[in-house]
Design a protein around this ligand. Structure first.
Ligand SMILES: CC(C)(COP(=O)(O)OP(=O)(O)OC[C@H]1O[C@@H](n2cnc3c(N)ncnc32)[C@H](O)[C@@H]1OP(=O)(O)O)[C@@H](O)C(=O)NCCC(=O)NCCS
Length: 177
């Protein structure tokens, strides 16, 4: 019965994870901006919680598919990392991460960075295990869901785990009119 409950499709929103924290001096580079590795760690943590909320399993980071450091984040900034599962496959889940910086006076949040990570649910021995399907609801969730298979194939091709010829969804990008 527990296994059956774990396989019921879950909404993307159920995996939403929000981490808010400040940038401290020990987390900055020589320009007094947030160190890239520190941001990667914060994103990994939020994304892991998100994948765990979706799968209710032990999860491991399988790959970092995309990271864009579009804006530097100065010392003292309040940074919000928002992670949500965008699609679930058999044992793997794509997690989208949006990073926001909050203006002290207005309180307005501006998008600073984004990233896409892949997590795999595993059992106690580290073997991949099935996860529930994901149901996207909003326009953004649907768009991210639709692009996820293409990104999974690209990640597998780059990792040498899939032949480019087998990446049908990815190839369609270049052949479809
Ligand atoms: C991630 C891990 C469990 C995958 O194991 P594996 O033997 O490659 O297992 P599989 O080939 O069955 O792949 C499992 C799933 O991961 C996906 N996957 C594996 N490598 C991937 C990659 N580079 N990009 C995207 N997806 C990947 C597969 O497509 C498959 O997805 P699916 O089941 O949803 O179709 C294994 O490589 C591992 O334990 N890695 C270490 C994880 C870790 O310690 N992370 C922290 C880093 S310090």
């Amino acid at each position: 019965m527990a296994n059956l409950c774990q396989m019921i499709a879950r909404k993307a929103l159920e995996s939403l994870t929000i981490l808010t924290d400040m940038v401290l001096p020990s987390e900055t580079n020589p320009l007094n901006n947030l160190f890239g590795g520190e941001l990667l760690a914060r994103m990994d943590r939020a994304a892991a919680i998100s994948a765990r909320r979706h799968s209710r399993r032990i999860v491991v980071t399988a790959s970092v598919n995309h990271v864009a450091f579009n804006r530097a984040i100065p010392l003292g900034s309040v940074v919000t990392v928002e992670a949500k599962v965008s699609r679930a496959f058999k044992s793997s889940m794509e997690v989208y991460i949006d990073v926001w910086v909050e203006d002290r006076e207005s309180g307005i949040k501006t998008k600073a960075n984004e990233a896409i990570y892949t997590f795999v649910a595993v059992d106690e021995t580290g073997q991949p295990i099935r996860v529930p399907e994901l149901t996207p609801e909003t326009e953004v969730e649907i768009k991210r869901f639709e692009g996820a298979l293409r990104r999974k194939q690209l990640s597998l091709v780059l990792a040498g785990k899939m032949k480019a010829d087998d990446a049908t969804e990815l190839k369609a990008l270049f052949t479809d009119k």
